[in-house]
Design a protein around this ligand. Structure first.
Ligand code: FAQ
Length: 329
């Protein structure tokens, strides 16, 4: 697959003979599955690719708290509310590990967050869709965390050590999120009223395609994949991961007694995979350009949170300074 990507020439990937001795040594380490650590030499483009991907990933975790935060005050029971709050807090933790991993590459957290707030930085397209009913809390956990796991399990083997290690704990927590989401949906389907079952199907209808878009553009239109695969930042391509997600999700969909909004979704015995219909890539590109249903609202909420919390940070710094002066006296 990697060779195929190089052939499509999406972005030029240097062959060994085009590399400087330092670059060749670096690539040999990668090929030998030796992790790259923060203080090791690395090509500047490798560093920048990681800062781009890890910061986008961190922003996704933080912005991803917002669609679920929308339902904390309206959870149907105390138990559901506690579960949802625990999940949202986990996502905040994931953002913090990832910002820390990004800082090991020399990036400045405040600068990267400022890019998010000015609308310059990307974060996962999925979080620009609204969460309209309680069933969306189940569908987000099942489909969105489910898609995130498929992508992140592979990232546990990414070539940059701090990113790979952050992924180990994140994956454990995401599996809990995925199961709690699925359990919400199963409960609604098996113990709920017809109106609740309809709500589940409606949530799946709205979130199915956006969940498939989380894996990014198809391989032939993915400018970063060839180089990221060569550097083993990515271990599998966008399309390979998307197919894996579909293959493992359809049996769960059937167990729920629901359907996907895709008339072309069908098991293909010859390929050993599900076939599926065309993804609306125009919609994906509009969303990542900032024109999705909730982009403006999400960025505005983040900006408000950072501005509203400024006094807390200022007070903490003033208090630390006061303690320092006291200790010095
Ligand atoms: N949304 O060349 P590629 C979660 C951009 S975590 C927005 O294929 P790459 C947990 C891409 O950045 C979800 N933008 O790029 C949770 C690039 O733009 P650039 C986040 C997208 O990096 C659950 C351009 O398109 N997970 O959900 C998207 O090689 C519930 C070209 O694409 C991660 O970030 C998209 N879906 O592959 C939290 C995982 N797809 O920067 C709360 C780590 C692509 O060149 C609640 N990231 N783009 O201008 C990755 O694995 C990769 O970055 C990909 C994209 C696979 C997302």
């Amino acid at each position: 697959m990697y060779a195929q990507l190089v052939e499509t020439g999406v972005k030029h990937v240097k062959a060994l003979e085009e590399m400087s001795p330092e670059e060749r040594h670096f690539q040999e380490k990668i090929d030998a599955e030796i992790k790259i650590e923060a203080k090791n030499w690395m090509p500047e483009a490798y560093r920048q690719t990681l800062i781009r991907q890890i910061s986008q990933h961190a922003h996704s975790e933080i912005v991803g708290m917002l669609p679920e935060g929308n339902w904390v005050t309206r959870a149907p029971s105390l138990k559901r509310k506690l579960q949802l709050m625990a999940k949202i807090q986990d996502e905040a933790g994931h953002g913090l590990y990832l910002y820390s991993a990004m800082e090991t590459l020399g990036a400045d957290r405040d600068d990267e967050i400022a890019k998010l707030h000015s609308g310059k930085a990307k974060y996962s397209s999925i979080f620009n869709y609204p969460t309209l009913s309680w069933a969306d809390m189940g569908a987000v956990g099942w489909l969105v965390d489910g898609a995130a796991i498929v992508n992140q399990v592979v990232l546990q083997r990414t070539s940059y050590g701090p990113y790979a290690r952050a992924m180990v704990r994140i994956c454990k927590e995401e599996s809990f999120h995925q199961r709690q989401g699925y359990e919400i949906l199963l409960t609604m389907m098996r113990q709920g009223t017809q109106a609740q079952r309809d709500m589940v199907q409606d949530a799946i209808n709205r979130l199915w395609w956006p969940a498939l878009m989380m894996f990014g553009p198809s391989d032939e239109h993915s400018p970063n994949s060839a180089q990221s695969m060569a550097w083993k930042i990515k271990r599998q391509t966008n399309d390979e991961l998307r197919q894996r997600f579909i293959d493992q999700t359809v049996p769960q969909l059937e167990l729920l007694g629901c359907t996907a909004p895709d008339p072309h979704l069908k098991w293909n015995a010859e390929r050993g995979h599900y076939d599926f219909g065309d993804i609306q890539w125009d919609e994906f590109y509009e969303v990542i350009k900032g024109n999705g249903p909730c982009n403006q609202e999400r960025v505005a909420t983040r900006r408000q949170a950072i501005e509203g919390g400024a006094w807390v940070r200022e007070a903490a710094v003033a208090y630390a300074r006061k303690q320092q002066n006291k200790n010095a006296a």
